[in-house]
Structures are given as structure tokens and as C-alpha cells.
Design a protein around this ligand. Structure first.
Ligand code: NAD
Length: 355
């Protein structure tokens, strides 16, 4: 553990990048997926609540808390699709862990990069149970900030080597192909979504648009495919035509949140869905037959961020990739908080006059 109890380790964007590069992106994604898997296996141990969302005309800001009774965690995350056009990230995030027994923070971390990694790890973990066995070709619709992470997670966990890209902005596709060059993929830039999904056993949609979009229509989805729908994650923000949902077996993270935010907001509130944690524990089957269309209606749930922060915390000592943050007041006598301020005034030679 971190030796000084009165400092909070802080993982900056710079340290997160160094950590990912030191571990290696694919190993990082694989290890992160196993942390998520472990936490999904002990699903009952967690406090669960749909995230707390504050919507505005142009985006959303959300808080995502959870606790396993020993450690508490939350993530702050936004979603502003118009940001990208203004030179900013659509999604930025930071998060923390705290000790449940005394309430003290034990980790503060950037989570913009970490969210991309955990979302991709979660997608690939779900696909491991749901995608057609041996599927090695994925259509990737939406080639923005999350896209390469998705590609690498599917390579690391499922052996996906063929990628078929489509984005309304050709520059985004070119960026992906440039970034992934030399990493063992066979990549094709497509002119339409229809072309991208041809021959793909897995379809990932990861677009950003603050509206009911129809990225996939029913005719584009053949029998037996697995759909990893990542971009529909807010009320009024979906990617799939409703008819696809009616033909699919739908798997979700936490139904009370997904019914508000996911693709299934388009369906009746009692439409049958399967909770992924039950597939992961083996309580219910994932893919049952080759013709079945499986859909992971991903919205991102607090436990995944908790797992990601837990993974980061476990890397701190061995890598030293953190800063010490002076975030906890530490008077010699706990009740003498004011005295501590007074001593600081004396130390700066201003004494009572400064108060
Ligand atoms: N489910 C989760 O856990 C989770 C986690 C992170 C992000 N997200 C969501 O994933 C989406 C993508 O995030 P990002 O950070 O990559 O955003 P981004 O803005 O960087 O990229 C989005 C891309 O989608 C493209 N696009 C928009 N409309 C399209 C369409 N009709 N067809 C094809 N491409 C289209 C844009 O041109 C852009 O390149 C967002 O909606 C975000 O909210 C979900």
C-alpha cells in the first residue's frame, strides 16, 4: 500500500499513458477485463444505482457511484457529441476510490483514457460469451476516440483480426487505419454501413450523436451476428432501429439504468433482457445457437469503473506512476483543524493578522 496515509495517489493523464505503454495496451485490456469479470462474479456484493445524470441541451454530466462494502468508488463523466467539432473530447472523466471504513480517498485518477479502455474491455468480455465462436471479422461503425480501443480489445480477447470501418467523416476512418497500422489487423475502409457489415460476425456501433439515430437498420443485420452497441447511452440517444431489438436476444449491464439510457429505451419497460453478470457466472447461457442475433446494449455501469480503478490502484506500487496529492487535512489533533490553519499563519510570519 501507499506508505503515507495522508496523501492521495493521483494518476494524471501523463501517468496513465505511461502506465498503459509500460504494461502494453493489449495486456492492459486483458487484465482489466479479468478485473471486471471478477467483480461481475460478485455482483451481489455491490451497492447499485442507475447513474445520476444532469442533462442539458448539448450534453450530459453523470456521477457513477458504487461500493463493495470495503471500497467506495465513483466516476464523473460527461457526454457532449458537439465537443468533437470544437476540438474537445466528447467524453472526459475522472474518478476516485475511498476506504469505506474511514471515508478517506485512496485514489484519484484521470478516467478519460481509462474509460475508453474499460468500455472496450467490457465490450470484448461480453462478446467472449455472446459472439459467434471463431468470429474474426468486426465492422466498426463510428471511428472516433473510442474506436481503436474497441479494435484492440476484440483482438486481445477474441482474436479479431479483420476490421471493416465506416464513419460519416472519412478523416476519422483514416485516423483509425493510420493508428492501428502494424498492429496485426487486416483493415478495410468502407463507403457505407451496409458495406462495412458485409461478412462481419461482430458489429460494433460507437457513434456519437445526441438524437435517436439509426446507424443500423434491420436489413443490415443477418442471422447469427453479435452486435456490440456502445454509442446509445442516454435518454433520446440510440443507434439501432427498433426492429433489430425485436429480433435480438438482448444482454445488459444493469437493467434499471439500461432501460433509461440504452437501446431498450425504445421497447416496453418489461421487455425481456438478460443481465450479463448471470452469463459471466454461468447461471444463464450466453449464445445458444448459431442463428441467434445477440446484442450487448452497452451503456457503461459504475462497477466497470470501480474495477478499472481497482486495477490502476494495484499497479501503483510496482510502477510508481502517480503523484502524491495533498488532499487530506491532517492536524496533529483531529479536532484542532483551526489550530492547523493558525500554525500555518504563524509559519508564514503573518500570525493572527492574516486571519
Ligand atoms: N457504452 C459505454 O460504456 C460508452 C463509453 C464511452 C463512450 N460511449 C459513447 O460512445 C460514443 C462514441 O464516443 P467517442 O468518444 O468515440 O466519440 P467521438 O465524438 O470521438 O466519435 C464519434 C464518431 O462517430 C461518428 N459518427 C457520428 N454519426 C455517425 C453515423 N451516423 N454513422 C457513422 N459514424 C458516425 C463521428 O463522425 C465520430 O467520428 C459516444 O456516443 C459516447 O457517448 C459509450
Amino acid at each position: 500500500m501507499i506508505p503515507n496515509l495522508n496523501i492521495v495517489p493521483f494518476v494524471s493523464v501523463d501517468h496513465m499513458m505511461k502506465l498503459v505503454l509500460k504494461i502494453g495496451v493489449e495486456r492492459f485490456l486483458t487484465e482489466l477485463a479479468s478485473y471486471i469479470e471478477d467483480d461481475f462474479r460478485r455482483w451481489q456484493a455491490f451497492d447499485k444505482t442507475p447513474r445520476v445524470a444532469s442533462h442539458s441541451a448539448e450534453g450530459v454530466i453523470e456521477l457513477m457511484p458504487t461500493s463493495d462494502g470495503e471500497v467506495y468508488g465513483f466516476k464523473y463523466v460527461n457526454g457532449h457529441p458537439k465537443n468533437m467539432r470544437e476540438g474537445r473530447q466528447t467524453v472526459t472523466a475522472f474518478g476516485m476510490l475511498a476506504d469505506v471504513h474511514n471515508g478517506y480517498p485512496v485514489l484519484l485518477s484521470e478516467m478519460t483514457i481509462l474509460t475508453a479502455l474499460r468500455t472496450a474491455a467490457m465490450s470484448a468480455l461480453a462478446a467472449k460469451h455472446l459472439a459467434p465462436p471463431g468470429a474474426d471479422c468486426m465492422a466498426l461503425i463510428g471511428n472516433g476516440a473510442q474506436a481503436e480501443f474497441q479494435a484492440l480489445a476484440f483482438k486481445a480477447l477474441l482474436g479479431v483480426r479483420k476490421l471493416r470501418f465506416y464513419d460519416i467523416d472519412r478523416a476519422a476512418t483514416e485516423k483509425c487505419i493510420r493508428n492501428l497500422a502494424g498492429l496485426g489487423f487486416d483493415m478495410v475502409a468502407c463507403a457505407t454501413t451496409e458495406e462495412a457489415v458485409e461478412g462481419a460476425g461482430i458489429i460494433t456501433t460507437v457513434t456519437a450523436d445526441k438524437q435517436y439515430a439509426t446507424i443500423l437498420t434491420d436489413n443490415m443485420v443477418g442471422s447469427g451476428v453479435h452486435i456490440n452497441a456502445v454509442g446509445g447511452d442516454c435518454p433520446g440517444k440510440t443507434e439501432l432501429h427498433r426492429d433489430i431489438l425485436l429480433r435480438s436476444d438482448i444482454f445488459v449491464e444493469y437493467p434499471p439504468q439500461t432501460r433509461i439510457e440504452g437501446e431498450i429505451q425504445q421497447l416496453a419497460p418489461d421487455h425481456a433482457v438478460t443481465e450479463l453478470w448471470q452469463v459471466i457466472t454461468g447461471a444463464v447461457p450466453g449464445r445458444r445457437d448459431p442463428a441467434q442475433i445477440t446484442l450487448f446494449d452497452s451503456v457503461g455501469f459504475a462497477i466497470e469503473d470501480f474495477s478499472a480503478l481497482r486495477y490502476i490502484r494495484d499497479q501503483l506500487i510496482s510502477t510508481g506512476l502517480y503523484q502524491e496529492l495533498d488532499m487530506l487535512a491532517d492536524p496533529d489533533e483531529p479536532r484542532d483543524l483551526f489550530g492547523m490553519l493558525l500554525r500555518a499563519a504563524t509559519a508564514t510570519k503573518t500570525g493572527h493578522a492574516a486571519l
